[in-house]
Design a protein around this ligand. Structure first.
Ligand SMILES: CC(C)(COP(=O)(O)OP(=O)(O)OC[C@H]1O[C@@H](n2cnc3c(N)ncnc32)[C@H](O)[C@@H]1OP(=O)(O)O)[C@@H](O)C(=O)NCCC(=O)NCCS
Length: 138
């Protein structure tokens, strides 16, 4: 069963744990680099600030009680636009609908925010070969 939780800044340790795992496991997927959030970059106030972006929504997903994924919705570059960022599901949980739940939750949040456009930025080079369950034609 997939359960979603909306995080506050006080939840930063759990966000940090998953985010560092995401940056380590899928560096090809994100603009940020693992090194940006390690060492001097790995500070409580920084994690709190990340979860305190005005008008944002930050979600953790658990699959059968185990933390399994994350996503954020943040205000976009202009009125009426919001962005989906930081989407990640741990490899052990791929292909079980966690990603779908996270994306749908951000869609619902976008509707509540009265957004007209939900943007998703995808890194160049992202390909279907990374999918959990290989398509029969691959
Ligand atoms: C992409 C990702 C979030 C998918 O998570 P997931 O929990 O495995 O996704 P789901 O099980 O909910 O699958 C949702 C749908 O996406 C499809 N899908 C999943 N990964 C895919 C991929 N890499 N390429 C193409 N389709 C994919 C699934 O087949 C499914 O399609 P369906 O509903 O038609 O059956 C996960 O693989 C991941 O975290 N990857 C590394 C980080 C990343 O790429 N983040 C996105 C940055 S834009």
């Amino acid at each position: 069963m997939v359960e979603l939780e909306v995080l506050t800044a006080d939840d930063w340790p759990r966000w940090r744990e998953l985010r560092l795992a995401a940056l380590a496991a899928a560096p090809y997927a994100f603009g940020a680099r693992l090194a940006d959030w390690q060492g001097d970059g790995d500070r409580e106030e920084r994690w709190r600030a990340r979860l305190s972006i005005s008008g944002s929504c930050n979600l953790l997903a658990a699959l059968d009680g185990t933390p399994a994924g994350m996503v954020s919705g943040i205000p976009g570059p202009r009125n009426g636009v919001v962005e989906l960022i930081s989407l990640w599901v741990s490899k052990a949980a791929w292909g079980q609908g966690v990603g779908d739940h996270l994306v749908h939750a951000v869609e619902q949040w976008a509707v509540q925010e009265r957004a007209e456009v939900l943007q998703l930025a995808v890194a160049a080079g992202q390909r279907a070969r990374d999918r959990a369950v290989p398509a029969p034609w691959l």
